[in-house]
Write a protein that binds this ligand. Sequence first.
Ligand code: 3PG
Length: 215
Amino acid sequence: MNIEQQLETQLAKAPVVPLIGASDPAVAVKTANALSAGGLRIIEVVLRTDEAVDCMEAIVKETSGLIVGAGTVLTVEQAEEVISRGAQFVVSPGLVDEVAEYCLERSVPMFAGTMTAGEVQRAYALGLRTVKFFPASLAGGVPMLKALSSVFRDMRFMPTGGVSADNLGEFLAVPSVIACGGSWLTPAAEIEAGNFEAITNLARAAVTAASAARP
Ligand code: 3PG
């Protein structure tokens, strides 16, 4: 199975991508294992700390059965670095042609952030068939997703930004949504307190909510 097929298979089981924003690799590994124990096996490590790439690499090396990617990738240089250190997919908050092209050329799945028809169309022209919809709640939420989906009939969306346990089901009920991403599964307070069981419980609840939204 290539990475795209692995992502498809795993997202069909649990269409939720938790975000990890960490600065300590050991804590990042514990967080990833806690999410995995709750049934979430696709992890996005966001590049928002100086140690984020080390954290991502630690998860890649020290866990098993997970698909690990990097988020908040803004430049080609960052894409190059995260891929060389084990990222299996790349997520960006916006759409930069060079970053998308760099990933496409290497067959690394890439989720570029979009929020307007023009951005989705540009992503489409570049050859992307799955995009991030960001920031999902502020960009028009479910009604906007439905409007975009009606014109971009073979584009799939990963809403992220403002997705929570409360609205996960509504987003997943839109057929073009491949998965939802978010940080609600990794609250900093629980991680700082070392309460990884809480992370597992949040993951488990998301898996249950996702199954209810997509029986
Ligand atoms: C992202 O990087 O995709 C967003 O910042 C995540 O948004 P959230 O914190 O509302 O889940």
